[in-house]
Ligand binder design. Sequence first.
Ligand SMILES: NC(=O)c1ccc[n+]([C@@H]2O[C@H](COP(=O)([O-])OP(=O)(O)OC[C@H]3O[C@@H](n4cnc5c(N)ncnc54)[C@H](O)[C@@H]3O)[C@@H](O)[C@H]2O)c1
Length: 247
Amino acid sequence: MAKTALITGASQGIGACIAKTLAAEGYNIAINCRGEQELENGGKQTAEACRAFGVEAECFLCDVSDFTACETMTKAVKERFGSIDVLVNNAGITRDGLLARMSEAQFDAVTNVNYKSVFNMMRHVSGVMMRQRSGHIINISSVAGIYGNAGQMNYAAAKAGIIGMTKTAAKELGSRNITVNAVAPGFVQTPMTDVLDEAYKKAIIDRIALKRFGQPEDIANAVAFLASDRASYITGQVLEVSGCMSM
Ligand SMILES: NC(=O)c1ccc[n+]([C@@H]2O[C@H](COP(=O)([O-])OP(=O)(O)OC[C@H]3O[C@@H](n4cnc5c(N)ncnc54)[C@H](O)[C@@H]3O)[C@@H](O)[C@H]2O)c1
């Protein structure tokens, strides 16, 4: 039976690319979209692109910051596909601002979507994987969570928190043959970063050893490796995919 991968926030950007990359490797794909808008603007196209690889793909609507909604989605994916073999916690948002001016709402929005969601999804999906006695969880962190980044107190906190959860879950779930790792992208060209101004982008390139932005495929390939049997003895790790970016 084909294995199933569930990817959160997979209607566009890195998440959509991960979905297509895993579909090309033969996984059935559960595409999580935040709502109807994301389903129409990307989710359906991503599912179609996955099916072109001859696998099954379906969209599941859920705001991953909602604990109960994550439980409902987990049950629906398990019922539809029979197993959940790979979970990629990719959904994320930014609400940048300097600490001196950051509102409580800005902080809460980013930590709920980027950080609490990872707990929500691992809490529910780990039950499925423990019963299967196998599984791979990959959490998308960021270089901001390793080095910090001015203007991203909320985002850096969330992404650093993901690393702590990843290492803890790896220790708790290892005896059940479940690996848990994080990927920490640097600057990747997606709708999230397209909105940044050109001068800022140029300054960032100067700080990247490879002198280019990452592409979604660079992240998706690292995720596909960590989801594969080739990485079966790697757990509790953070793989930085940043072209050697200095923060
Ligand atoms: N682009 C970069 O440079 C970069 C760098 C480091 C880390 N990351 C991380 O990679 C991940 C993907 O980022 P991206 O660049 O593709 O961004 P993006 O904005 O293109 O995609 C983010 C996805 O998350 C979804 N999402 C947002 N809130 C959600 C919610 N509440 N429930 C379900 N889905 C939700 C969006 O609908 C979208 O599909 C994020 O976790 C981001 O923090 C990105």
